[in-house]
Design a protein around this ligand. Structure first.
Ligand SMILES: [Fe+2]
Length: 199
C-alpha cells in the first residue's frame, strides 16, 4: 500500500465521511474497506499525483447506499450528488457516479440523463476503482472478477436490471481488469498481489 497516499488529508476526510454515512450498513462498510484495500494495492497503476484521489474515491464510491441519501434510488447518482453538494471535486464525483459501469445500468433504468450530470473519463483511475470494487465481495473479502460477477448475479436475480446490464458491464469489467494488469506488468514485474481474473 502507498502509505503516503493513504494519509493524505483528502483520503482521511473521505474515510470519515464514508464511515459516518454508511454507519447504518455494517456490511457496506466492510465491503468499502475491502475496496479501499484493493485500491491501495493498485495505486502503482495510476499517476503519483492521482493516488490519493483513487483512495478517496474508493472510500466514497458506495456512500449513495446510505439510507438518508436515497433520492433516485440509484446509489452512484445519489452518492455523487451528495458529494457535489458538499463541495467534493468534479473528479471525485465523476468517479463515484460512474464506478463499475454505472452507465450501463443507468441507461436501462432511464437515469442516463441524470448520470450525465457527471463526466465519465475512461482512464487509469476509473479502471483501478472499478477493478478494486469488482474484486471485493459484499463483506470486503477478496474475490476474483469472475466470482464477483457470479456473486452479483445470484444476489440480484436473473430478472434484475443488473442482470440485464451484465453483458455490457462484464465486457467493460474484463477490459478494465486487463488494462490494470497490463499497467502493473509494465510498472512492476511482480503482479502476484492482483487478484486473478478467475480461480
Ligand atoms: Fe462497491
Amino acid at each position: 500500500m502507498n502509505t503516503e497516499a493513504g494519509t493524505h488529508p483528502l483520503v482521511l476526510s473521505a474515510a470519515t465521511l464514508s464511515r459516518t454515512l454508511l454507519a447504518p450498513l455494517p456490511s457496506r462498510v466492510r465491503h468499502t474497506e475491502g475496496v479501499v484495500s484493493r485500491a491501495a494495492a493498485l495505486t502503482d497503476t495510476v499517476p503519483v499525483r492521482a493516488r490519493h484521489t483513487l483512495l478517496a474515491a474508493a472510500w466514497l464510491h458506495d456512500v449513495g447506499y446510505a439510507p438518508r441519501l436515497a433520492s433516485t434510488g440509484f446509489h452512484p447518482i445519489d452518492g455523487a450528488r451528495h458529494l457535489a453538494s458538499l463541495g467534493w471535486s468534479p473528479e471525485i464525483c465523476g468517479l463515484v457516479a460512474h464506478h463499475s459501469g454505472a452507465r450501463f445500468v443507468a441507461d436501462l433504468q432511464g437515469l442516463g440523463d441524470q448520470l450525465d450530470e457527471f463526466e465519465f473519463v475512461e482512464d487509469a483511475l476509473t479502471d483501478a476503482l472499478t477493478v478494486a470494487d469488482q474484486t471485493s465481495g459484499p463483506q470486503g473479502q477478496p474475490l476474483t472478477l469472475e466470482d464477483r460477477m457470479q456473486n452479483m448475479l445470484s444476489r440480484h436475480g436473473s430478472d434484475s436490471v443488473n442482470a440485464r446490464a451484465h453483458p455490457q458491464r462484464a465486457r467493460y469489467f474484463r477490459s478494465a481488469w486487463a488494462r490494470v494488469a497490463a499497467r502493473r506488468l509494465v510498472l512492476s514485474p511482480d503482479i502476484g498481489s492482483l487478484v486473478p481474473l478467475a480461480s
